[in-house]
Ligand binder design. Structure first.
Ligand SMILES: O=c1ccn([C@@H]2O[C@H](COP(=O)(O)OP(=O)(O)O[C@H]3O[C@H](CO)[C@@H](O)[C@H](O)[C@H]3O)[C@@H](O)[C@H]2O)c(=O)[nH]1
Length: 445
């Protein structure tokens, strides 16, 4: 039987809103020695009369791979627009490298990094991310970034990047991330996530770059012995290969920091990221049928899926459905900026939970999404999903105290922002030339 959760309409974002604000032009520049793309960024109406954003040719010699370098010669030192307050760009020639910066959490973090004045280089192989997010990030933050379409397993390209730029630290997001998929193709997960990370760490060490922020997950706690879970809780056992890769990389970083005090690592354990940038311009772009609850619910609202499967209503929770600690992706993003600040104090290896400390059940999530979109949401109660636990919430007081980081967004805001992003971008990001080519190559190989 299918039920439906409908609540009074608190706020409604019209699905008729469409994002025609961004019109990306990508043009192949015929050049015998370089395969480059030119990106023309659209202008904010605030700036159209004052300045022109002109793409420039990449200044580096790279002729064997697809590399994009976004540039904006006329970037101003201060700016304001309707999305950000006035921001002073610091004069800091040092860069941070963001692996996986085109993905969901990475892209929102890059916006915050650019706002905070960092010079950002993104490395992303675009397997689970879209190049379009990078175009939009620059629009949002009104600052350029540099992008390498590359895999972290590629020692040669990483070496070139470290040779070329004065890199101060690395934010390491790049990873395969689907729990279910990891049980089917474990070798891919160990190869990409573990070997890729080891490759990155070795190259960092070679170039005397010892500052890293690592994207970990609450999954490292396994089935936690106490709720809310704090950083002193025991780690593992973790049953799926995805979670094992996170735990192994954490352990590697701890060993590296213990062995050599030049290394500093801030490990961030995310709870359940959701929402999207409040502008509705960047957000999560799941490929295929989403595994996670929030994007799944959102596709049900869109009519792309018929109903929400509620995996179990017999847990020992107040309404029987699973309870999780959902956190707005923009709060996670500011957590990374706080982590970089922490790295400047040379803390050794430290781990922090990033969550709100508040748990919501599956029923509460469906109701909150219903309020955000003003529609009834059909659902069906199903068997428990294998591997799920009843309740996981964070004790994030360590991050509050030591990082001076506090989440700002509540559940209704998370749902409203998610729904705004979904309404404006019903099918996610448009595919770039690179992604189309990748797909074609996958089909023909
Ligand atoms: O279609 C769905 C999907 C999920 N759920 C339930 O919703 C809750 C949240 O599930 P989901 O969104 O899949 O998140 P988690 O299973 O909590 O896993 C997330 O959070 C973990 C950290 O806690 C990360 O390690 C994972 O990568 C990330 O997917 C759970 O109670 C699920 O049983 C449903 O009822 N129906």
């Amino acid at each position: 039987m299918t039920f439906s959760a409908g609540l009074s309409q608190d706020s409604f974002v019209s699905t008729s809103r469409r994002n025609n604000f961004f019109t990306q032009e990508i043009e192949e520049i015929p050049n015998t020695t370089k395969a480059v793309h030119k990106i023309n960024l659209p202008l904010s109406h605030h700036h159209q009369n004052h300045r022109q954003m002109q793409p420039t040719q990449p200044s580096f010699q790279q002729n064997r791979r697809k590399t994009l370098e976004y540039n904006n010669n006329n970037a101003t030192k201060t700016f304001d627009n309707d999305l950000t307050s006035t921001i002073t760009v610091k004069n800091n020639e040092r860069h941070v490298l963001v692996t996986g910066g085109a993905g969901y959490i990475g892209s929102h973090t890059v916006v915050e990094l650019l706002k905070d004045g960092y010079n950002v280089i993104v490395v992303d192989n675009l397997t689970n991310a879209c190049e379009e997010s990078l175009v939009r990030i620059q629009k949002l933050s009104n600052r350029p970034l540099k992008f390498y379409h590359a895999n972290i397993l590629d020692e040669k390209i990483l070496t070139e990047i470290f040779e070329k730029y004065n890199i101060w630290g690395v934010l390491h997001f790049a990873a395969l991330k689907a729990v279910g998929e990891s049980t089917k193709i474990p070798l891919e997960y160990y190869w990409n996530n573990v070997t890729g990370s080891l490759n990155l760490f070795r190259i960092m060490e070679k170039f005397d770059v010892y500052n890293i922020v690592f994207s970990s997950s609450a999954t490292v706690y396994g089935d936690p012995d106490m709720i809310p879970v704090n950083e002193k809780s025991s780690l593992g056992p973790v049953i799926n290969p995805y979670g094992k890769t996170k735990l192994f990389i954490e352990e590697t970083l701890r060993d590296m920091c213990n062995a050599d005090n030049k290394w500093n690592a801030v490990i961030l354990r995310y709870f359940n990221p959701t929402g999207a940038h409040p502008s509705g311009i960047i957000g999560e772009n799941p490929r295929g049928v989403p595994n996670n609850l929030m994007p799944y619910v959102s596709q049900v609202v869109q009519g792309r899926l018929p109903f929400v499967n509620i995996y179990g209503d017999d847990y020992d929770t107040f309404d029987g459905t699973g309870v999780r600690d959902y956190i707005h992706v923009c709060d996670l993003a500011t957590g990374h900026v706080a982590a970089l600040r922490k790295l400047k104090t040379k803390p050794g290896c430290v781990a922090y939970n990033l969550g709100t400390g508040v748990g919501y059940s599956v029923f509460q999530i469906i109701k909150a999404m219903s309020r955000a979109c003003g529609k009834d949401i059909p659902y069906k109660i199903q068997q428990r999903r294998p591997g799920d636990v009843g309740i996981v919430t964070a004790d994030a007081s360590l991050a509050n105290i030591e990082l001076d980081w506090y989440p700002k967004y509540n559940l209704d805001q998370m749902c409203q922002d998610l729904w705004r992003w979904t309404s404006i971008n019903p099918m996610g990001y448009p595919e770039s030339i690179i992604e189309k080519k990748n797909k074609l190559q996958e089909k023909t190989s």
